[in-house]
Design a protein around this ligand. Structure first.
Ligand SMILES: Nc1nc(=O)c2c([nH]1)NC[C@@H]1CN(c3ccc(C(=O)N[C@@H](CCC(=O)O)C(=O)O)cc3)CN21
Ligand SMILES: O=c1ccn([C@H]2C[C@H](O)[C@@H](COP(=O)(O)O)O2)c(=O)[nH]1
Length: 282
């Protein structure tokens, strides 16, 4: 039984049993047919994943590891905000006629800023600090840029990563930990998708900085289950759970900008059946 399944099931039960319904409130998202998309929500959910123990892919249903890695690399490595640079179609609903999602996600990570050491974007700043000043408490990214919000089609949901390095007694390598801050989370569509993306990012950064992986802490302000997802989640969390898969990251790659979706693999990933055609609120 994977720890990620246990965490996921406990969180879903907590939302369903102790959450608050938004029905009747003025809500932004809607279903493709125009109906308001209400949720049951829980404020302030925190999940911890020890990446040194297992890779946190749930086994209740399959998480598309290559597709979610590709989206993460689209943001963190290509620093793109255009869906034409992405093979998968998951962002299509939020793009304009040119394929742009506005000044969101990858756009913000690609903006160069002036630092004492010169001009760098936020990703290069993180890699520079992890290599040159690993014990700093100032290693973080933030893409929730208020002055650009009016040019974003969807405001960033997973908006900040804080990296923190520990030196464990007796270890020859340093340990890389991270906190993912998320203001809003669609639990069925994207919870494990986001967790796996950022777990892959921590593995990649640890490898290129010659560190071990530690904990990924996921802080979610508004953790919600959409009304049309409730029966799907109720069925999903009753399913059998399997052992966590093994995670493979191509050990040859030592430059973050050289990774591709083909450099990640989940081995022995036994799962329940896929839920096809999950409706996604727009
Ligand atoms: N309401 C809503 N929920 C989200 O999760 C979400 C948004 N909106 N807007 C922007 C992005 C797009 N995201 C998405 C959208 C769809 C899938 C999805 O359909 N995933 C499938 C597999 C897709 C594939 O294999 O290509 C799944 O079964 O997880 C995942 C993330 C996450 N985000
Ligand atoms: O990576 C992502 C991107 C988006 N989401 C979800 C969270 C919400 O359900 C919607 C965004 O709607 P807001 O009204 O802007 O909160 O998209 C996600 O879970 N993960």
């Amino acid at each position: 039984m994977s720890l990620a399944d246990q965490t996921f099931v406990a969180m879903c039960k907590d939302i369903l049993e102790n959450g608050v319904s938004t029905e009747g409130e003025k809500v932004r998202p809607h279903w493709p047919d125009g109906t308001s998309a209400y949720t049951i929500k829980k404020f302030g959910v925190v999940n911890r994943y020890d990446l040194s123990k297992e890779f946190p892919a749930i086994t209740l249903r399959k998480t598309a590891i290559k597709t979610c890695t590709e989206e993460m690399l689209w943001i963190w490595q290509r620093k793109s905000n255009n869906i034409h640079d992405l093979k998968s179609t998951v962002w299509d609903e939020w793009a304009d006629e040119n394929g742009s999602i506005g000044k969101a996600y990858g756009y913000q990570l690609g903006v160069k800023h002036q630092y004492k050491e010169g001009m760098m974007d936020q990703v290069d700043r993180v890699i520079y600090d992890l290599k040159n000043n690993p014990f700093s408490r100032r290693i973080l990214t933030n893409i929730y840029v208020h002055e650009d919000l009016h040019e974003m089609n969807l405001y960033p949901c997973a908006y900040s990563m804080t990296f923190n390095v520990t030196q464990k007694k007796g270890d020859d390598k340093l340990t890389l930990n991270a906190i993912l801050n998320q203001r809003s989370q669609d639990i069925l569509t994207a919870n494990n998708w986001n967790v796996c993306q950022y777990a892959v990012l921590v593995h990649m950064l640890a490898q290129v900085c010659d560190m071990k992986v530690g904990e990924l802490v996921h802080v979610i302000a508004d953790a919600h289950i959409y009304d049309r997802h409730i029966p799907l989640v109720e069925e999903l969390i009753k399913r059998p759970q399997y052992k966590a898969p093994k995670f493979w990251l191509n050990p040859e790659i030592k430059d973050f900008y050289k990774f591709t979706r083909d450099d990640v693999k989940l081995i022995d990933y036994e799962t329940g059946p896929q839920i096809t055609d999950i409706p996604v609120a727009i």
